[in-house]
Write a protein that binds this ligand. Sequence first.
Ligand SMILES: Nc1nc2c(ncn2[C@@H]2O[C@H](COP(=O)(O)OP(=O)(O)OP(=O)(O)O)[C@@H](O)[C@H]2O)c(=O)[nH]1
Ligand SMILES: [Mg+2]
Length: 316
Amino acid sequence: MSEQDKTRAGFAAVIGAPNAGKSTLVNRLVGSKVSIVTQKVQTTRFPVRGVAMQGQSQIVLVDTPGIFTPRRRLDRAMVRSAWGAGEGADVVVHLVDVNGEILVQEGEAKPGERRSAFDVQSIVEGLKGSGTKAILVLNKIDGMRRDKLLGAAQILFETGVYTEVFMISALDGSGVDDLKQRLADLMPESPWLYPEDQSADIPARLLAAEITREKIYLRLHEELPYSASVETTAFTEVAKDGGARIEQTIFVEREGQRPIVLGKGGQTLKLIGEASRTELAELFDRPVHLFLHVKVKENWAEERGSYADWGLDFDV
Ligand SMILES: Nc1nc2c(ncn2[C@@H]2O[C@H](COP(=O)(O)OP(=O)(O)OP(=O)(O)O)[C@@H](O)[C@H]2O)c(=O)[nH]1
Ligand SMILES: [Mg+2]
């Protein structure tokens, strides 16, 4: 076999503080939406795989929940899963939002204040502790002053945990092709791990629940999105139009949250449903009939079964 025919394949985990742009980057590298994106922190709740092809290389990207100081059980499981994805990967990408405060001098950042700096610092410490070398990727360089950018790169690089630095905008795509080529070159020689034309590795029911959760994050504010979870309870065929009938339950933690999700005369829920249905029809490339219900389940974040569905460890 000639050098050119050799296939490569492996895992590249994208880790970083909440809201760094990890899911945006993974979607862009893959070339389609595999993971939900919102302007709010802690959107991604479990690792999501997306498959990117570059020449003879297959890069299995692992999008991960943001790494931050956890408070609830779900937070702990999310953060643990992000580190777990890093440990199992051939390459670790640490994505940093250059617009956040980047302070890694000891003692400067404390939890609560300067949150993003604290999270970046805790990731650097985690990488140091595990002896993992990572690729530093500075994100959101669109609209960023170049001198500030180079300063941030230098401060971070001096920690010694990075092998190289890339500067990108996951949003507008600048710098992403170079990063993709580098990741492709770093993949070990191996047969491909997924069929060449597969881009996502998430069950349709789970993806459908995620898309609805994204619409909840986009439409509702403050603590509500964090108190909500979505479960697909039925996914059946509709003979009449070749479509899918999808039933979902939105769980909230308190009785008082139900009317917020419903909105006046059910208007908010209707808008969430419409936005979700439109996107699902596009994603699945078929008609979608979506039925949403809202239920109060105080302890959904304490139920072992859900963690298993999300691939999270309940007991960390
Ligand atoms: N200006 C700008 N915004 C970006 C860029 N990349 C991502 N964003 C925005 O940053 C916000 C967070 O993006 P996500 O991709 O959800 O971030 P994440 O790191 O996956 O966040 P969590 O899942 O909460 O940890 C969204 O509003 C994105 O549109 C970028 O390169 N430039
Ligand atoms: Mg995300």
